[in-house]
Write a protein that binds this ligand. Structure first.
Ligand code: FAD
Ligand code: NDP
Length: 512
């Protein structure tokens, strides 16, 4: 008890001294303290330091429920975009090896995939990125602290190390970029004990084997896609629809392709429980809501991809008065990433209503740093952000879905140009191209401003990046038609699209 009192007393004294020092000198330890060293936090802190501010960044990773840990850089680098895209590439190579034989490559023996080799190579790359981030922070004179941060007041951050050691920092401005973590379902017995999430899958030393992926959005589809692609027996469990929020027709093409290339789908299915049998396999029980009946099957792994929860709980936000959205528990922000407390800012996955994407977090972070350094007043433009779902057949899009365009403009006021096309590389390989499709949604009147552009096909992300510039510049259908294609590419099909849905004409591209 006496020890506790001594600690409390010391703690109060530390707090007092810090507030006193700050008031006395009218200055804080730092111009800017950033909590969270992910995509956004690192970009913001480096930019601010380059512009002459004194900056510290705190990054701390709580191990996953399975005990997986990783280094500096946040979700994208360690358990998101980077390992995901590399494993997607592993899967694409598997398909390419099959195509290769049609192109004359003689492949002796059966081709099989080794998880351990892939995982080790991916993990080594991620570790090199962790190291690179540390070096960059050092070079740019950003103080990096491997501490878990929380707010004591609007200018004071408390950092706690893994060993429990405490550091107090004061700052003129504080930025929160703590991102989110995968959720587990709350009402499925055995889910946490026996399941893994995207925080674990990329760091497994051994193959997950026969896998059930639960969920039907970006993470679930991408993971199920690469697991199928590297040859694992993979089932995707969907409770409602796939890719909610995306264009419905495009989402259908993505899942049709996955189904055709080997991913099993358990549609209209809600998991009920997960049990570990004496043999070590996991028995999953689920309800099919359409049939009203129960099913069971066994798997080596169950991957929950049922959404993400913001990392806002441990930040002490209510003490300081930073407003959270009641439903999502994300931080409510203004157009300038400000929170309800004037010198505290938030952006990236932790902020309410923003896309959960790395490039938006990076750009928002850099722009915020420039504003905080008094170098610019430019705000982040969250409109027309392009995105790609890295499923076996990639799906890239920018702007509105057909449903959203109809809702905003009225069905009669939009024109939808579309085409089913065949990537040249699919021809010799005799691959089915039924799901390779382009849709350009335009205003019907005037110059026919483009409202949305959607493409399924190889390298959809690469294709969509360039076209997103067009939408950012307010491109019209007329300008799209004026653009000369690059032959022979999939992207050229976008500038050739001329059949309207309204016409009912056959939209399949034939010939060159
Ligand atoms: P994060 O990158 O999550 O960084 C937050 C950091 O803060 C973390 O390191 C966290 O440990 C740390 N932290 C949390 N609380 C504290 C605290 N109290 N003190 C100190 N540190 C703390 N986006 C794309 O654009 N393209 C993709 O292909 C893509 N693929 C993805 C694949 C998967 C499987 C997942 C899960 C996400 C993917 N994303 C992708 C989304 C992308 O990773 C996120 O949008 C992005 O990382 C968000 O950046 P952030 O800076 O807001 O947060
Ligand atoms: P989302 O929140 O987008 O989707 C969650 C999915 O899980 C939905 O399909 C949802 O179904 C389903 N679900 C939720 N709860 C349950 C449950 N209890 N049982 C069964 N299914 C359930 O989450 P994600 O984790 O997929 O993605 C998070 C964000 O990360 C994305 O919005 C994206 O911005 C980012 N990301 C980006 C990527 C990229 O750029 N390529 C890749 C991966 C992630 P329902 O629709 O019925 O609610």
């Amino acid at each position: 008890m006496a020890a506790l009192c001594r600690i409390r007393h010391r703690w109060k004294r530390i707090q007092y001294l810090h507030v006193f020092t700050r008031n006395l000198a009218g200055k804080c330890d730092y111009d800017l303290v950033v909590i969270g060293g992910g995509s956004g936090g690192l970009a913001c802190s480096k930019e601010a330091a380059q512009l002459g501010l004194k900056v510290a960044v705190l990054d701390y990773v709580e191990p996953s429920a399975k005990g997986t840990r990783w280094g500096l850089g946040g979700t994208c680098v360690n358990v998101g975009c980077i390992p995901k895209k590399l494993m997607h590439q592993a899967a694409l190579l598997g398909a390419a090896v099959k195509d290769a034989q049609k192109y004359g490559w003689q492949i002796a023996g059966t081709v099989c995939h080794d998880w351990t080799t892939m995982a080790e190579a991916v993990q080594n790359h991620v570790k090199s990125l962790n190291w690179g981030h540390r070096v960059q922070l050092q070079d740019k004179k950003v103080k990096y602290l491997n501490l878990k941060g929380s707010l004591l007041d609007e200018h004071t951050v408390r950092g706690v190390s893994k060993a429990g050691k405490e550091t107090i920092l004061t700052a003129k401005n504080i930025v929160i970029a703590t991102g989110g973590r995968p959720k587990y379902p709350t009402n499925v017995p055995g889910a946490v004990e026996h399941g893994i999430t995207s925080d674990d899958i990329f760091w497994l030393q051994k193959s997950p084997g026969k896998t059930l992926v639960v969920g039907a959005s970006y993470v679930a589809l991408e993971c199920a896609g690469f697991l199928t692609g590297i040859g694992l027996d993979t089932t995707l469990m969907v409770r409602s629809i796939a890719l909610r929020g995306f264009d419905r027709q495009m989402a259908g093409l993505v899942t049709d392709y996955m189904e055709a290339y080997g991913t099993k789908f358990a549609w209209n299915s809600i998991p009920k429980r997960v049990d570990k049998l004496s043999s070590g396999v996991l028995q999953v029980t689920w309800t099919n809501t359409e049939m009203g009946c129960e099913h069971k099957d066994t798997y080596d792994s169950v991957l929950w991809a049922v959404g993400r929860a913001p990392e806002s709980k441990a930040l002490g936000l209510n003490k300081v008065g930073v407003q959270l959205d009641e439903a999502t528990q994300k931080i409510v922000v203004g157009a300038d990433e400000s929170t309800s407390v004037p010198n505290i800012f938030a952006f990236g996955d932790i902020s309410e209503g923003r896309p959960e994407l790395t490039p938006t977090a990076i750009k928002a972070g850099k722009l915020l740093a420039r504003r905080l350094a008094g170098q610019s007043a430019e705000l982040m433009n969250y409109d027309n952000v392009a995105t790609t779902v890295f499923t076996p057949l990639e799906y890239g899009c920018v702007g509105l879905s057909e449903e959203e365009a109809e809702r905003r403009h009225g069905e009669d006021q939009i024109e939808v140009y579309h085409a089913f096309y065949r990537p040249l590389e699919f021809t010799v390989a005799e691959r089915d191209a039924s799901q390779c499709y382009i849709k350009v949604i335009c205003e019907r009147g005037g110059d026919q401003k483009i409202l949305g552009l959607h493409l399924t096909g190889p390298n959809a992300g690469e294709v969509m990046q360039g076209f997103s510039l067009g939408l950012q510049c307010g491109a019209t259908y007329h300008q799209l038609l004026q653009t000369v294609g690059i032959h022979p590419t999939c992207a050229e099909e976008v500038v050739k699209v001329h059949i309207t849905k309204r016409s009912g004409l056959e939209p399949t591209v034939t010939g060159c």
